[in-house]
Design a protein around this ligand. Sequence first.
Ligand SMILES: [Zn+2]
Ligand SMILES: [Zn+2]
Length: 239
Amino acid sequence: MILHFLGSRGCIDQRSSRHWRHSAMMITQGRERILVDCGEDWLDELDSLRPDAVILTHAHPDHTGGLERGAPCPVWATPGCWQSLDALPVAERRLLHPGQPTAVAALQLTPCPLAHSVRAPAVGLLLDEGAHRIFYSPDVAELSDPATTLRDVSLYIGDGASFDASLLRVENGNLCGHAPIPSQLDWCAAACVKRALFTHCGEEIVSGSHEEMNKRLENLGKERGIEAALAFDGLEVKF
Ligand SMILES: [Zn+2]
Ligand SMILES: [Zn+2]
């Protein structure tokens, strides 16, 4: 399996050469290419990406806006996500059910509910690749039981929206927004996850020096026994 970070920018106005396009990850499994999320920045790029399937984590435009002219393949999302996407001209709609293991093309995954938005309910994706389990959650405010959700995960790919600026809020009693990176590293530590990458980078990271930001993240990881680094556009991770 190859994880290719096509984009690593969050829902912000800033861009940098390392974080140019909205977070999207192409998973190559065997001969198949599965694209996770397809935000507005990908609207004119979708045909050249040639995915065999698209998976959507949630219905925010930085994850779905690239499908406004349709998709060349089946698109998978939860019923809660599809509810907000009536207007998308996607012909082949497939359902993911939170908590239910599913095969998307050659990829085995389980969508895991998490807190992020009331209007755009989100899931993280637990990917199973032989001896490796990978958890992908580019937008996350809270995991209800990190030690269980992240059990046996060898790589956590999380939400790089902020180091310490609070991007959390409560709507109708539900925690929404983006958890700071240190909180996500605490979840990893609670589940003995030893490696973490952060995508969906926010203003602080995108406007800052990559080396400084990466060093800061590396140190936060070391304090918890985790090898942590920033994802960036073009990064490939092989398993
Ligand atoms: Zn987002
Ligand atoms: Zn979002």
